[in-house]
Design a protein around this ligand. Sequence first.
Ligand code: ZN
Length: 193
Amino acid sequence: MAAHARTAPAARGMNALAAILKAAERAAHWHAGQRRKGVAQEPYVNHLIEVAALVAQACGDDDPNLVVAALLHDAIEDQSISRAAIAVEFGEDVADLVMEVTDDKTLPKEERKRLQVEHAPHKSPRAALLKLADKTSNLTALAVSPPANWSRARRLDYVQWGRDVVAGLKVDNPWLRQRFADAADAADRAARA
Ligand code: ZN
């Protein structure tokens, strides 16, 4: 019985810290060849850890599955990891959260961006918090390490789009909302500098 429990693959069979670190390890592996779009070309896992840290600070010890989902939130969209693979390793709750923040890559980019704005008000509170952390990380990166080939207009458009998505999210967390507002202001100022 005990031996079986130790080999159970789902996150619920592990303690929270083990599940979070396992997700970090899987994320580092899955995204090993991916870099962020900015001039600094940071490893992509830096973004995943940043988003997870924001989520952890926003919800404390209350929701380890949401921290796990934050580490895995781009695995389906960027690395074509299946929902089933995430469910087997981390459980249905984590897989559902990741799916809720995954865009449909079969759609054109502009349509995906429009749908993010349209869908924002309908996200569950936990997915909305994850989305807010994601947008905070992306705008922080845009301020300090914008993509080399992005014009000022493209950077300002991206900031506005981020604000439009976030305006629709129902997140009752003033601390994270302020972090996003600060990141958006910094990205806006940097683009205009
Ligand atoms: Zn992301």
